[in-house]
Design a protein around this ligand. Structure first.
Ligand code: CA
Length: 222
């Protein structure tokens, strides 16, 4: 569920907007000023996208934008600036300080939702997913989401990633099988792979079956 942070001080605008975006399947957090906004923008889990009002009671949206872009932690968060009609002239400035898009008030929730989705798609397509697996540290994280793998699954996945080539089921048994796991067999390897793919969800295609040979990890399919 994508997490949106809305920094907006207009109290009339916020409740219907939050309601609609939640109904559209977004997780929504809000802040009414620069101070709270900056704090929430840096709080883990980071927002996937920020809706940023131009004029806030304790500062300007452009300043928020600049600060977030300067900080490596928040530099890549997609930002949509929200401007009132009177401030239209400043759109250019909004993009100059690092915003990715802007909407002009008054806007329909439908328009805003489309913009949000379009920007999220653009950003996701541009950024390769990151998969980190470290069985020693009991860690398997895909794009910031923990994969809940067993140690046996982590070992096999880490081996596939590290190998960088097609590995046979025997290779997996020899190099990645957990000593205490189910007795090693070709079938047991296949069932670990099957479980791994399931855990990888949308990214399951990154473990490719190579007919007559074995398996290969393909980072491009993450
Ligand atoms: Ca405002």
């Amino acid at each position: 569920m994508p997490r949106l942070l809305i920094i907006e001080d207009e109290e009339d605008l916020l409740p219907p907007l939050v309601f609609s975006l939640k109904r559209e399947g977004f997780d929504v957090v809000t802040a009414g000023n620069v101070t709270d906004g900056l704090r929430l923008a840096r709080t883990d889990p980071l927002p996937d996208l920020l809706l940023l009002d131009w004029m806030l009671p304790d500062g300007s949206g452009t300043e928020v934008c600049r600060q977030l872009r300067r900080d490596p932690v928040t530099a890549d968060i997609p930002i949509i600036m929200v401007t009132a009609r009177a401030e239209e002239i400043d759109r250019v400035v909004g993009l100059e300080v690092g915003a990715d898009d802007y909407v002009t008030k008054p806007f329909s929730t439908r328009e805003l939702t489309l913009r949000v989705r379009a920007l999220l798609r653009r950003v996701t397509a541009a950024t390769p997913k990151r998969l980190e697996v470290d069985p020693e540290a009991h860690l398997a994280v895909l794009d910031g989401r923990s994969l809940e793998l067993t140690t046996a699954e982590q070992r096999v996945l880490a081996y596939l990633i590290g190998a960088g080539r097609v590995v046979t089921r025997e290779d997996i048994i020899d190099h990645a099988w957990e000593p205490d796991a189910t007795p090693a067999s070709v079938r047991a390897v296949d069932s670990v792979i099957k479980r791994l793919r399931k855990r990888l969800g949308d990214s399951e295609a990154c473990i490719e079956a190579v007919r007559g040979a074995g398996y290969r990890f393909n980072p491009d399919a993450l």
